[in-house]
Design a protein. Structure first.
Length: 182
């Protein structure tokens, strides 16, 4: 596992969110030789609008696309809002999916993990994120599943969670996408 670039998208915009803490922790737990880039600026993305994209994509969209295009893998760290992924995650996937068939996310191994204070730990948000990313062309890594239920930000002291997060990042980094026959 060397010379791998991992782009991390955080689905919570709140300063100090548990999921931002998870993303920061994932960066520290990444295997040697893996460069982690937590992609900031998702709050600056306007909702996807093809009219904006056809003329001159907004700077925030260009930065997002460049960060993901430069990455070898994508990790989405997201909470669950009302039983699904936050709008900011869906919007980022929309921007990354264009131009159709050639977006920055196409062919990228992607996994979705995170924490939320619900009894299910965000599993629906992660499932919906994987579904949307797959439709957008990502190579979703199905065996990376990490949904964590927490009421407080105990992420830094929860050794079991840290071990599971480390294993999730290692599995994403080790994943080799299937190449389809031409």
């Amino acid at each position: 596992m060397s010379d791998i670039r991992l782009a991390v998208l955080v689905g919570s915009l709140r300063t100090g969110s548990v999921n931002r803490q998870v993303a920061d922790l994932a960066a520290t737990l990444a295997p040697q030789g893996v460069t982690v880039d937590i992609v900031d600026g998702l709050a600056d993305l306007p909702f996807y609008n093809e009219d904006l994209d056809e003329t001159d994509a907004p700077a925030a969209a260009t930065r997002l696309r460049e960060a993901v295009a430069a990455a070898d893998r994508v990790l989405v760290v997201t909470p669950e809002y009302n039983g699904t992924m936050p709008a900011v995650v869906n919007n980022a996937i929309d921007w990354l999916s264009r131009p159709y068939g050639a977006g920055a996310i196409v062919g990228k191994p992607l996994a979705a993990v995170g924490a939320t204070p619900t009894p299910y730990g965000g599993k629906w948000a992660h499932e919906h994120t994987r579904h949307s990313a797959r439709i957008a062309g990502a190579s979703v890594v199905e065996d990376v599943v990490l949904s964590h239920s927490t009421l407080e930000s105990d992420i830094a002291t929860d050794q079991d969670f840290q071990d599971r997060l480390r294993a999730a990042v290692e599995a994403l980094v080790a994943h080799t996408p299937e190449v389809s026959a031409a």
